[in-house]
Design a protein around this ligand. Structure first.
Ligand SMILES: [Zn+2]
Ligand SMILES: [Zn+2]
Length: 164
């Protein structure tokens, strides 16, 4: 195979690994590579609490969910204006658009919180929820509703903010 064909095959196979019934690791990879950046080469990660909540939410609403941001390397996080201490940098945050679910960000957040997520930032205008499964101060999965609304002017990137 020529070099281009090999690269296409690598790209095709990159992170194409199931991590739960309906989710692939690819959905949680750094998006830099998909946007033509030469940052981390598509490192990926998702924490078990967020993944479990995503799968349970997907089963509950019976509609596909498409995370728009999972892991971000430092370079890509800077590029999209993510905050320096963003939990995306350590694979502890996922951005989940409402598109295709028929739910508002608030309704989606309610379901995610029910299934174990402990912290959500609700992007009402951009129609997505930034979710975290671990409390950042204790790193425990203590369940309580920490809900933040992110005003429009705090938009951090075109398809997902970093949360605080
Ligand atoms: Zn990257
Ligand atoms: Zn986020």
């Amino acid at each position: 195979m020529d070099k281009i064909a090999v690269q296409a095959l690598i790209d095709y196979n990159r992170n194409r690994v199931p991590v739960s019934k309906d989710f692939m690791l690819r959905e949680f990879e750094c998006r830099g590579i998909q946007k033509g950046m030469t940052c981390c080469g598509g490192l990926a990660g998702v924490d078990p609490i967020n993944l479990n909540a995503l799968q349970k939410t997907r089963d509950y609403i019976n509609k596909p969910l498409s995370p728009s941001s999972g892991f971000r390397c430092v370079e890509y996080n800077k590029c999209v204006g993510g905050k320096p201490a963003s939990r995306h940098l350590v694979s502890l945050a996922v951005d989940l658009p409402c598109a295709g679910t028929g739910l508002t960000p608030d309704e989606l957040a309610d379901i995610l919180l029910k299934f174990g997520v402990v912290r959500v930032a609700i992007y009402t205008e951009l129609k997505f929820v930034h979710m975290e499964g671990y409390d950042r101060y204790t790193d425990s999965g203590v369940r309580y509703d920490r809900r933040f609304y992110v005003p429009k002017q705090e938009k951090e990137e075109e398809e997902g903010g970093s949360g605080e």
